[in-house]
Ligand binder design. Structure first.
Ligand SMILES: Nc1ncnc2c1ncn2[C@@H]1O[C@H](COP(=O)(O)OP(=O)(O)OP(=O)(O)O)[C@@H](O)[C@H]1O
Length: 500
């Protein structure tokens, strides 16, 4: 193999807080290097150094044998290093062709030329997308493919992907992986960050484990397993979750009867009991997102009824939902990020929502306990939430929603970006919350999470709720079968499956 990038003894900091403390790694042409690490380990910071968005304090880098140290993302791009960031966002008004060439010297070309070039790129990597389609109509997995195509258009030799597949369902991840394998066969290199250990094992050739600002170990993906990776990350065995096999015994909290939304959701009926964790699964076009948005007042339903605690209610907007004590944590890439200090963000959750009744020392202790429990990496609890890593910001948002005193809490992909060690803590906290009588609706594309966290799981397909499975009687294969309406065989997917 042919060495493309080498980084030696890289140090980097934020406001004098040392984050990277001597990182060393290399990537070969034709290689996918997986990068894993707990929340706050420094993965995004390291990728920022490589891609020119964060200046390192010390250390040396070479790219294709030449000294390398970009001062900006544009400079890195000109050198052939491109980054697809966590929570990337593309202007929904752009056509696919415009999105692919945005930020490149080709962007100013007449549309028909961009269109033809985009068609060629799309054909070359063997997927089915129409270059004239607006980005806003694409599902997340298709947008990820557009970002990958942008990297090809920029002629990136090293493509950095920072948790791009987080919250994509397995069959979409499989398509993305096919495309990435093709890119490296053409001589490019990829650094691939994820919190999903099965995913990193299946896509990467080698896996680097980042711990406390240093590369702790680099392993051949083919000669390691999930348990070893988990142990290297957490320095302890991964705790297995006990499945909530007992049905939730509480009274009915929510009843949805024949709910429809245009042709996207059709006559959906289900109920959720107090204290129940009710999972929802479905592909992006199944109507499952529209269903939770109707319950949260984000989009109006067109017909049907909703009952809360036995009483009929009208939900015409988000304010109605909040007044009825229905909370909703969405997973949209442009989800309003939490702002303010970490202390303020976590106060209510530390004190069970009764912040005013506690003295300052008790409040502080409570916040420190939540930080410890959720494994949030920070040295300054009075610092701004924006100074936390992506996964740690998600934990604060989740803690905030859990403390709002909702009767029904709808969480879309609550563990997105959260490392495997902290997921366990999140599950325990959700479980404790459910035991106080809160009904939790959990939408996730991580089917193993649904199976281990939920009492029952409803599956949507083509706008309909096709089944409700009791936890004790189901598994991931059964859910996939209902989601796709066919038996899905891992690895055999084709590009058009993205459209499912
Ligand atoms: N803008 C910032 N200002 C100050 N500190 C920051 C900033 N961004 C990140 N940090 C700190 O740097 C550390 C590393 O953050 P980074 O985002 O690199 O972690 P990560 O490994 O990518 O985590 P995650 O898995 O949650 O995305 C964190 O402890 C975080 O608090």
């Amino acid at each position: 193999m042919d060495l493309l990038l080498r980084a030696d003894d890289i140090h980097a900091s934020y406001d004098h807080r040392r984050i990277l403390k001597g990182v060393g790694l290399s990537v070969q042409r034709g290689e996918i290097l997986g990068l894993i690490g707990t929340n706050g380990a420094g993965k995004t910071t390291l990728m920022g150094v490589l891609a020119g968005s964060h200046k390192h304090d010390a250390g040396l880098m070479t790219l294709a044998g030449e000294k390398y140290g970009p001062d900006s993302m544009e400079e890195a791009q000109a050198c052939g290093v491109g980054l697809i960031p966590q929570n990337f966002r593309i202007d929904p008004q752009l056509s696919i062709a415009e999105a692919i060439f945005r930020g490149t010297f080709q962007a100013g070309k007449p549309h028909h030329e961009l269109r033809n070039q985009a068609s060629e790129l799309i054909r070359d990597i063997g997927i089915s997308l129409d270059p004239d389609t607006k980005v806003g109509t694409l599902i997340r997995a298709e947008q990820a493919l557009v970002e990958v195509l942008r990297m090809v258009a920029e002629e990136a030799q090293l493509v950095i992907m920072d948790e791009v597949a987080a919250s994509l369902p397995d069959h979409d991840v499989a398509v993305l992986h096919q495309v990435l394998r093709m890119l490296v066969r053409q001589g490019r290199a990829i650094i691939y960050i994820t919190h999903r250990l099965d995913e990193v094992r299946s896509i990467a050739h080698r896996i680097a484990v980042l711990r406390e600002g240093r590369v702790h170990k680099i392993l051949e993906a083919s000669s390691t397993d999930i348990d070893e990776l988990a142990f290297l990350l957490l320095q302890q065995e991964l705790e297995g979750n006990a499945r909530p096999t007992d049905p939730a015994g509480g009274d009915e909290a929510l009843r949805v009867v024949n709910l429809s939304m245009e042709d996207r959701v059709r006559e959906v009926t289900f109920n959720v009991a107090k204290g129940e964790i009710f999972g929802l699964a479905g592909t992006h076009r199944s109507g499952v997102y529209e269903l939770v948005e109707a319950l949260a007042g984000v989009r109006p339903s067109t017909s049907g009824h909703i009952h809360l605690h036995g009483e009929p209610v009208q939900i015409r907007g988000v304010q109605d939902a909040l007044r009825l004590k229905i909370g909703y944590l969405s997973d949209a890439a442009d989800n309003g990020e939490a702002t303010g200090s970490i202390m303020d963000g976590l106060q209510a959750s530390a004190n069970g929502g009764a912040a005013n009744l506690q003295d300052e020392v008790t409040q502080l202790r409570g916040v420190v306990e939540v930080i410890r429990r959720m494994r949030i990496s920070t040295t300054n609890i009075h610092g701004d939430i924006s100074t936390l890593s992506g996964g740690d910001r998600q934990k604060v948002q989740l803690a905030q929603w859990m403390a709002t005193g909702c009767d029904v809490l709808i969480l879309s992909h609550p563990s997105r970006g959260i490392d495997i060690g902290a997921k366990d803590a999140v599950y325990k906290m959700l479980n404790e919350l459910s035991q106080t009588g809160v009904a939790i609706i959990l939408l996730s594309s991580d089917l193993s999470e649904l199976v281990s966290w939920c009492h029952r799981i409803g599956v949507m397909r083509d706008g309909e709720l096709v089944t409700i499975e009791a936890n004790a009687n189901t598994n991931e294969d059964v859910l996939v079968h209902h989601m796709l309406g066919v038996k899905f065989e891992t690895g055999g997917s084709e590009a058009r499956r993205v459209r499912n």
